[in-house]
Ligand binder design. Structure first.
Ligand SMILES: [Zn+2]
Length: 101
């Protein structure tokens, strides 16, 4: 059976949470880069959704697909740029040769 050993002598230096009046261990900022506490993280949806976008790289017969991970803001910008530069759909007519005879 797995037991979690408590370390009563382990003291964290506490700093203020940037999002609420609470405190959080300084390690949370210095080690993990979060400037908000655990309860803000759980309740306030501080961690933004990530989006993956498949992008075709290269040209000709040397192409590959890369998945680019973006956060919400980057993704929205990407969508805006993509939609603004999207080429108009063109109609490709098939069977012209047969009809022309
Ligand atoms: Zn907080």
């Amino acid at each position: 059976m797995l037991t979690i050993e408590k370390k009563p002598n382990m003291k964290f230096k506490m700093i203020d949470c940037k999002s609420c009046d609470g405190e959080m261990p300084e390690l949370r900022l210095t080690q993990y880069g979060y400037n908000f506490c655990v309860s803000c993280s759980e309740s306030g949806n501080k961690v933004k959704v990530k989006h993956g976008v498949n992008i075709m790289m290269g040209e000709g017969d040397h192409t590959w697909v890369e998945t680019v991970i973006m956060d919400e803001d980057q993704y929205n910008n990407y969508q805006k740029t993509y939609n603004a530069n999207k080429p108009e759909p063109t109609l490709i007519e098939f069977g012209i040769e047969e009809n022309g005879k």
